[in-house]
Ligand binder design. Structure first.
Ligand code: GDP
Ligand code: MG
Length: 432
């Protein structure tokens, strides 16, 4: 169903315009005030903006749902519940469109319910409409410059979520004068920097010096099969090697201990044991909270890194997540929890995973299996939306080599069709 956005100085003027232009069956869904004109807010004035639908198709629940989402996508944000009611003074004209409004109240309520946070709106919009719909609505407002369209395609092909893509497209429209839009290469260079600005890299705490500091305790969380155990072993060698480089006398194997909570998954303990044997690192199994506490205090004086592998829990199984949380409460306050997510996970699922594992207050995310996809827009968008940093990236099944410390450029170069200018990134951040 088609929709309109109409602006006027007063509420009544707005309604007049709507009736004249879209007929008396038009339905107002959202009303808000907007600032118009002036420079830097000086001599600007407020106007009323109404968004709604018109046309004579029956309003079935499905079409309402679709329309609502289209409008939300187009409006870019949702008004608080009290700002969408129609002004009582306009009762005369309003009566012509109020019947429809009554039937819209339920929807408005629902919309207001969705508006708790901007990102939760983005989520609803993203989940419910096809990936390109939100981008398409941005496109309609645009002057349809070929560079904007190409940019839209590039963002879409890299699986950026619609709200992230929209944010970039809006910025491009705002910041590039027409003549600059003509040089797509230049546009792309600037855009890749904007995307880079949205990636946050985990800052590791200072590395412990043997015998002088408390050990770093690192826990890997995540759904089953994402590569937690494999990553844990890669980290064990990476951290162990740090000591070897700093002090030739130090046997790095003495610096690291691995603990697993994953004894219930058939073969899981065995898998880690095999690695442990190969690396000459003993593996311990903690079965409950007290068992883990004992192991942690046992290793406390001796080692610099305690790495804990966990049970692969479905993010939807709150009971199991709760049980695991109870065991992991044995960890000291400064424990670093990292959530492992597979690079190819769909944005909606990523959001679920990030949220459900939130009870562990994880500090950062490890992106696993980046070798299996050439799209990184999904992870970049969701991490930015959820304000999460990324600590490591894993790039293959080979232990211990297929792991890298996360860097902005490493994620950017994984974007298809974007040329990354390496000179824009400090060498310390290149990491590749
Ligand atoms: N392609 C690829 N496969 C990986 C990577 N990391 C782990 N795997 C594989 O993913 C599968 C599950 O790994 P595992 O560590 O047991 O996952 P867990 O259940 O989360 O502990 C194994 O076959 C691993 O070899 C990676 O970075 N890239
Ligand atoms: Mg495992």
């Amino acid at each position: 169903m088609p929709h309109f956005v109409v602006q006027a100085r007063t509420h009544n003027e707005c309604i007049d315009k709507i009736i004249t232009k879209y007929g008396k069956d038009a339905k107002v869904l959202l009303e808000r005030t907007v600032q118009k004109g002036g420079m830097f807010g000086w001599r600007s004035h407020e106007e009323i903006e109404m968004t709604g639908i018109y046309g004579d198709r029956p309003v079935g629940s499905n079409s309402l749902e679709t329309t609502k989402r289209q409008i939300l996508a187009a409006a870019g944000k949702v008004m608080p519940a009290n700002s969408v009611s129609v002004h009582p003074e306009a009762a005369g004209q309003q009566s012509q469109i109020s019947a429809a409004n009554v039937s819209m109240q339920a929807i408005l309520k629902e919309i207001a319910g969705l508006s708790g946070a901007v990102h939760s709106l983005n989520e609803k919009v993203d989940e419910s409409i096809s990936g390109s719909a939100a981008i398409n609505s941005a496109k309609r407002e645009n002057n349809n410059h070929p560079s904007i369209q190409k940019l839209e395609d590039d963002l879409f092909n890299n699986e950026f979520c619609p709200s992230f893509a929209r944010m970039i497209l809006d910025r491009a429209r705002r910041e590039f004068p027409l003549n600059e839009l003509d040089d797509y290469e230049d546009v792309q260079k600037r855009v890749i920097q904007w995307i880079g600005e949205k990636i946050s890299v985990y800052e590791e705490p200072e590395q412990p010096v043997q015998g002088k500091k408390k050990p770093r305790v690192i826990v890997l969380l995540g759904p089953p099969g994402v590569g937690k155990t494999t990553t844990l072993v890669k980290l064990a060698t990476l951290y162990g090697d740090l000591g070897g480089e700093q002090d030739g006398l130090l046997d790095w194997r003495k610096r690291v201990r691995m603990i697993t909570l994953d004894r219930y998954r058939i073969g899981a303990e065995y898998q880690l044991e095999k690695y442990g044997e190969w690396m000459n690192i003993p593996i311990s199994v903690a079965e409950d909270h007290d068992g883990l506490k004992k192991l942690l205090s046992l290793y406390h004086q001796d080692v610099d890194f305690i790495l804990i592998d966990t049970i692969g829990r479905s993010p939807r199984n709150y009971m199991e997540l709760g049980e695991m949380k109870a065991i992991l409460d044995a960890c000291p306050a400064k424990t670093e929890f990292h959530l492992c997510v597979q690079a190819s996970t769909k944005t909606g699922d990523l959001r679920d995973i990030l949220k459900q594992f939130g009870i562990f207050k994880y500090k950062s995310v490890i992106i696993t299996k980046l070798d299996e996809t050439d799209k990184a827009g999904n992870v970049i968008s969701v991490l930015a939306e959820e304000n999460k940093s990324v600590s490591f990236i894993t790039t293959g099944q080979t232990v211990p080599s297929d792991i890298e410390r996360a860097t902005v450029i490493r994620l950017l170069i994984n974007l298809e069709g974007f040329a990354v200018d390496r000179e824009n990134y400090p060498s310390g951040n290149a990491g590749v």
